[in-house]
Design a protein around this ligand. Structure first.
Ligand code: S6P
Ligand code: ZN
Length: 185
């Protein structure tokens, strides 16, 4: 293949040319603590929670996958709109999230059971080491847009997070972004 550019719009989060994946509430309902509130939102029109736009790169060792993620502002119950969250299938692969717009949180859990939450804001570049699962939330009132770079053969393991969730939840309490223990863990 030959070198090529994509163009990223920092405001809208579009990456062009790119392949777009859309996640609605019905796609991520099991990831939220308040599944009842998620069901109600699905009945009310099943709004979009986030989009991922991938650059066309071979999913092979040596290549770097890259994409933008756009998370819409919103909550289910008092929990902020979030991504599914995953370990990489190839656990030894790291990733970088570079925030372009908005306010977010990045929650990570290692295979050793450590849990960390980092702030995301325009200019923040978060390093996700090998062996750490990762999920993001939009804690602001506008779009959260970030750019991801990862080994193209990293893959996704969604099942572990879907089954066990994270040790912490990021919720709004009295109008403030608050990290609490997850009662289901
Ligand atoms: C891929 C990378 C991101 C996420 C995206 C959506 O390794 O971490 O591109 O795929 O932010 O999150 P998720 O958990 O639904 O894939
Ligand atoms: Zn990843």
């Amino acid at each position: 293949m030959k070198p090529y550019n994509v163009v990223i719009n920092f405001e809208s989060g579009t990456l062009d040319p790119g392949k777009r994946i859309i996640r609605k509430v019905s796609d991520v309902k099991n990831m939220f603590y308040d599944t009842q509130a998620a069901e109600e939102l699905i009945q009310k029109g099943d709004p979009m929670v986030y989009e991922v736009i991938y650059a066309d790169v071979p999913e092979e060792q040596g290549h770097l996958g890259h994409c933008t993620t756009i998370i819409y502002p919103g909550k289910i119950g008092n929990e902020y709109f979030l991504t599914k969250g995953h370990y990489h299938e190839k656990l030894s692969t790291a990733e970088i999230y570079f925030c372009l717009r908005g306010q977010g949180r990045l929650i990570m859990e290692s295979t050793d059971g450590d849990c960390e939450v980092l702030e995301m804001f325009p200019g923040s570049a978060s390093y996700i080491p090998p062996n750490w699962s990762h999920r993001t939330m939009n804690v602001g009132k506008e779009l959260l847009v970030f750019y991801c770079i990862f080994p193209a053969d990293a893959g996704h393991d969604y099942a572990t997070i879907e089954e066990q969730g994270y040790p912490k939840l990021v919720v709004e309490i009295d109008g403030k972004v608050t990290v609490i223990d997850n009662p289901k863990r």
